[in-house]
Design a protein around this ligand. Structure first.
Ligand SMILES: [Zn+2]
Length: 402
């Protein structure tokens, strides 16, 4: 199957290419981009004219809980731990397989409608989410979330092992990792067990980390450390880590991060909604840490629109650092695309548009963001003016999804 995208204004996010390429064609064969240049002719290809549209990589959302469309705007005014214990976990305990499938499909629709092609998820009932992802044709990395606060940690690890064995090499759009809810809902013995397992199977770990002050205090007490990152240094060395939030890091934590293979998934909307604080994203980037973006679940993150996440990211860093040079628009788009791919170890396959990469891309109608107004800077128009509704076309793995 060949598809030829005609007359694209291309923002490839590929370092070796121009930042903007006008009026180029993109030839896609099966899953892959085969050619990018002006005036490609191929009589066998299905032609799609994208004149006037900006074509860019699909967004990579590196932290979400897909079935949580169920909790969309169900609560306001709770701190993280109360929200989890009183409002989320008691309902999650009663969810059926059908619920998980149904609410996952809703979230995938929201993602596809707002430009996300790849999501890193952390939840349970993993098989129902895989089924929904297959139906909706989105790319996903997922897990069976591990925690041991109720003493059932080993049972959860067995469930994860079952999923890993069953879905290994199942489908190129579906990959798996080890998801740990957090250090504060685990304990030292369990963390040792799980990290040994991840290392042995060469799997990434996706975990919430230092989301608010209470969590930091809980970790210090449970693990008898001065800084939470000391637990990472002790148990997570040599493991590729995706840490969501990282709102309450000290300079000592960041120094330890530099010794680890760690990416931070910044979720500004969720952090603000739960009153957690604002992560020092610019400082992390200045220290060479890979930062990507996530929405978190809709219960705290409200929606899956990565344009909104980009805008919050840019404005918050400029504001808290009192420096408008922070988070320039092109760099913010990097966080939402290629840095997400790096976080998931898939930067050779996705995250930018180039020959021999997977065709995961979107087309945006920027004209409709600034009707009858000039588009002076295209990158800033994407970050500050575009919204999910401006996405008019979406492709995952060379297949037209929307
Ligand atoms: Zn989360």
């Amino acid at each position: 199957m060949k598809i030829l995208l005609k007359n694209c204004k291309l923002i490839s996010m590929q370092e070796s290419r121009e930042k903007i390429e006008d009026d180029v064609d993109i030839l896609i064969e099966n899953s892959y981009i085969k050619n990018i240049q002006k005036n490609i002719k191929d009589n066998d290809a299905k032609m799609i004219n994208l004149k006037g549209k900006v074509v860019m990589p699909g967004f990579i959302n590196t932290h979400a809980h897909v079935p949580m469309s169920l909790f969309k705007e169900s609560v306001d005014g709770y701190v993280l731990q109360d929200w989890l214990e009183k409002k989320i976990w008691p309902i999650e305990d009663k969810l059926t397989s059908d619920d998980i499938y149904k609410y996952s499909k809703m979230t995938f629709d929201e993602m596809i409608n707002t430009g996300t092609t790849f999501v890193n998820d952390q939840y349970f009932n993993t098989e129902d989410i895989i089924k929904a992802a297959n139906d909706k044709k989105i790319r996903i990395e997922l897990t069976r979330t591990l925690m041991d606060s109720d003493g059932n940690g080993m049972k959860r690890l067995d469930e994860l092992k079952y999923i890993l064995d069953k879905y290994d090499n199942y489908n190129t759009n579906i990959t798996l990792n080890v998801g740990i809810h957090g250090l504060y809902t685990s304990n030292e013995k369990y963390i040792k067990e799980v990290t040994d397992f991840a290392r042995q199977r060469n799997l990434k770990i996706h975990m919430h980390f230092c989301e608010n002050e209470k969590e930091v205090e809980d970790i210090k007490r449970e693990y008898n450390v001065k800084f939470p990152a000391q637990v990472l240094e002790k148990y997570f060395m040599g493991i590729k880590l995706i840490l969501a939030h990282c709102v309450k890091l000290t300079d000592e934590d960041i120094d330890i991060f530099k010794k680890l293979d760690v990416s931070v998934s910044h979720c500004p909307v969720s952090n603000l909604k739960l009153g957690c604080g604002i992560a020092q994203v610019q400082k992390l980037i200045d220290n060479g840490i890979n930062v990507s973006l996530g929405t978190d679940g809709q219960g705290s993150g409200s929606n899956m629109d990565m344009f909104e996440t980009m805008k919050f990211t840019a404005l918050l860093q400029k504001g808290i650092n009192e420096n408008p040079m922070n988070m320039m628009s092109y760099d913010v788009i990097k966080l939402a695309t290629i840095n997400g791919a790096k976080a998931l170890g898939k930067e050779k396959e996705v995250g930018s548009i180039d020959i021999n990469k997977k065709a995961d891309l979107i087309a945006i109608d920027l004209e409709s963001t600034c009707v009858n107004m000039p588009i002076n800077d295209i990158f800033s128009t994407i970050v500050y003016n575009a919204k999910g509704v401006n996405v008019k076309f979406l492709m995952v793995d060379g297949e037209i999804v929307r």
